[in-house]
Design a protein around this ligand. Sequence first.
Ligand code: ADP
Length: 402
Amino acid sequence: MDVLVINCGSSSLKYQLINTDTEEVLASGLCDRIGISGGQFSYKPKGGEKTTQDVDMPDHEVAVKLVLNALVNQKDGILKSLDEIKATGHRIVHGGEHFTHSALVNDEVIKHIEECADLAPLHNPAHLLGIRACQHLMPNKPMVAVFDTAFHQTMPPRAYIYGIPNEYYEKYKIRRYGFHGTSHSYVSKRTAEFLGIPLENSKIITCHLGNGSSICAIENGKSVDTSMGLTPLEGLVMGTRSGDLDPAIIDYIAQKENLSTKEVLNILNKKSGVLGISGLSSDFRDLLAADEQGDLKARFAREVFAYRVAKYIGAYTAALTGVDAIAFCAGVGENAKFIRGKIVSHLQFLGITLDEQANLDTVGKEGIISTKDSKVKVCVIPTNEELMIARDTRTLVLGKHL
Ligand code: ADP
């Protein structure tokens, strides 16, 4: 079954057409700068060249139309007819407490996604634009919503309740939700498969380290704790986000710099993390290059990042009362050997030793980077959120349960 996977941001739309029988990516690409001048559309068919086109896309519907036209284009289209697409799967950031699994889209599901927009004002409205565009252009094609938060709905209350008056949870549902759930779910399953351990009797810590980063404690296949919170701002030091800090800092900066809390939050989301610490870049490739040129701030930012990850692994080992495997994924986790080495150097107390050569050799592919005699296996497992979305879409469209 061919499934079109769509990940809509407010001004971008990433897509992949996936054959769910072979799990092959048939085509992929990006619509960038939707609603802004200077739009760009890219398309890459399986086995073919990537093409990029300058084209303004006033709204998401125009963007989806470009995707559909490209897929059936006579020159390098991969489909004979749009009827071959059996369903679309949409990535949705926030599903609140309502969605514990992916869901077939209907009016009620749309209403709940709208209600969760309060919790993810930048994301959920953009996802809805994508859903509406598909609904309009492919009226009878089933759609499935796959939520970043759903995997974490198995967390026990002791992990998701904040130490604030309980009325705020009752009135406003202020609690830890966690994100990157599709990635943590995929990587934990694949880690168990790859290492040959039974998922239903395992303790796994997954480290999704990308632009946004989060870490998850997974017991017997279920999320029991995760580092992001009500919003993706909490937890690890990220590319541009601060992660954990003393909440009093917000008012302190606001007073000193004469800013509103909204403006301070914007700084914590967009100008902090390794970008803020290094004063240079949020991209770990830039930081590595600067570090090699002797830039001490770039080196320090990477150390702060690695230290925070190691600290969370320690905490989650306690949360799980032990750990069988630790997995790294996403841009930094899959590629940044130095960062992985730094993190693992903090974990000797768990009986883990880094296999230096394996760490150097394992870039962008699956592999074990701990030595054979390490008590806990450490591995790299490239994430694949689109494939998870396609799998869930297929399952629900076939009328099966997840
Ligand atoms: P997201 O999906 O959160 O936008 P990714 O998982 O694609 O992010 O990760 C992107 C980040 O991964 C980049 O900002 C960069 O810091 C890092 N990255 C990608 N490739 C490498 C590499 N070869 N070495 C070090 N870091 C890398």
